[in-house]
Design a protein around this ligand. Structure first.
Ligand SMILES: Cc1cc2nc3c(=O)[nH]c(=O)nc-3n(C[C@H](O)[C@H](O)[C@H](O)COP(=O)(O)O)c2cc1C
Length: 246
C-alpha cells in the first residue's frame, strides 16, 4: 500500500488538484529564499508514480543547488552571451513554423518581452531577457532532466508526464516552477558540470522556488483554447458543460 494522505471529501480533493494544475504557470523571476531539500525529495517521491509505458521509468533527475547551481548557471549564461550557437541534442520545435503554432508562439514571446520592458527590435534587450533562462531565472533550485539516448519517443512522452507531475506537486507545496528547454541548448556544459554520461540527452531543466511577486514578467498569463477547439466528442450528444469548457 502506498503511503497516501487520509482520504478527503471528493470535492475537496478535486478542488486541490484543480487548483494545483490551474495555478501552475511558467514563473520567470524567483526570490532567493532557499527551499528545503527534503521538500524537493518529497515532490520527487510522489512524482515517481507518474506512469510510463511498461513502467520503465525513463527519468534521470539532477537536483542542483548552491555553489553547483551558481557555477552551472554562470557558465551557461557566459556561453550564451559569448554568442555560441545554441544546439540541443534534439529538435524541440518544428523546423518550419506555421499557423496556428507560429501565432501562439509570437503572442507569448511578445507578451513576455512587453512585460520585461523589451521593445520590438531591441536585440540587446531581448538577449538580456533570454540570458536569464540560463541562470534558472534566479531560482534557488534547478532541476535537470536527462534520458538515455537509446530510448524512443514513447519514453519522451512518459517523461513529459513525470515533469508535469513535478510541477503540479510543486504547486501543491506552494512552490512555483519554470520548465526550461533552454538548459538543453548547451548540453556539453550541463553534462560536464553534473557528471552526466555522453550517452544521456539533456531533455530540459526546471527552475523551482518561491515566485518573486513583484517581478513584471511574472504577470504573464497565457491563454488556452476552449475545450471545443481541440476536442471531438464521439458517441454522445450531451452538450459540454460551460464550467468544463472555460
Ligand atoms: C518542455 C518545456 C520547455 C520550456 N522551456 C522554456 C524555456 O526554456 N524558457 C522559458 O522562459 N519558458 C519555457 N517554457 C514555458 C512555456 O513558455 C510556457 O509553459 C507556455 O508559454 C505556457 O505558459 P504557462 O506555463 O505560464 O501556462 C517551457 C515549457 C515547456 C513545457
Amino acid at each position: 500500500m502506498r503511503d497516501l494522505p487520509a482520504p478527503q471529501p471528493v470535492d475537496v480533493m478535486a478542488a486541490a488538484v484543480e487548483h494545483a494544475v490551474r495555478t501552475r504557470r511558467a514563473i520567470r523571476a524567483f526570490r532567493a529564499d532557499p527551499v528545503d531539500i527534503g521538500l524537493i525529495e518529497r515532490i520527487l517521491s510522489a512524482a515517481r508514480y507518474a506512469p510510463s509505458g511498461s513502467n520503465i521509468q525513463p527519468w534521470s533527475v539532477h537536483v542542483v543547488t548552491g555553489a553547483v547551481l551558481e557555477r552551472l548557471g554562470g557558465e551557461l549564461t557566459e556561453t550564451f552571451l559569448s554568442g555560441q550557437a545554441e544546439r540541443a541534442d534534439f529538435a524541440y520545435y518544428p523546423t518550419t513554423w506555421r499557423a496556428p503554432y507560429l501565432d501562439r508562439r509570437r503572442k507569448t514571446g511578445w507578451s513576455l518581452y512587453q512585460l520585461a520592458g523589451v521593445e520590438r527590435g531591441d536585440r540587446a534587450g531581448g538577449e538580456r531577457q533570454r540570458a536569464r533562462n540560463y541562470s534558472f531565472f534566479g531560482a534557488p533550485v534547478g532541476l535537470v532532466f536527462a534520458i538515455d539516448d537509446d530510448l524512443n519517443q514513447g519514453s519522451w512522452l512518459d517523461y513529459g508526464m513525470f515533469i508535469q507531475s513535478v510541477m503540479v506537486l510543486a504547486r501543491a507545496h506552494g512552490l512555483h516552477t519554470c520548465p526550461l528547454a533552454a538548459i538543453g541548448n548547451y548540453p556539453d556544459v550541463v553534462r560536464r558540470h553534473l557528471g552526466i554520461a555522453p550517452g544521456q540527452i539533456v531533455v530540459a531543466g526546471m527552475a523551482m522556488g518561491h515566485a518573486d511577486q513583484d517581478a513584471p514578467t511574472n504577470r504573464l498569463m497565457t491563454e488556452r483554447e476552449p475545450v471545443a477547439a481541440f476536442t471531438t466528442f464521439h458517441g454522445t450528444s450531451e452538450p459540454i458543460r460551460a464550467d468544463a469548457a472555460s
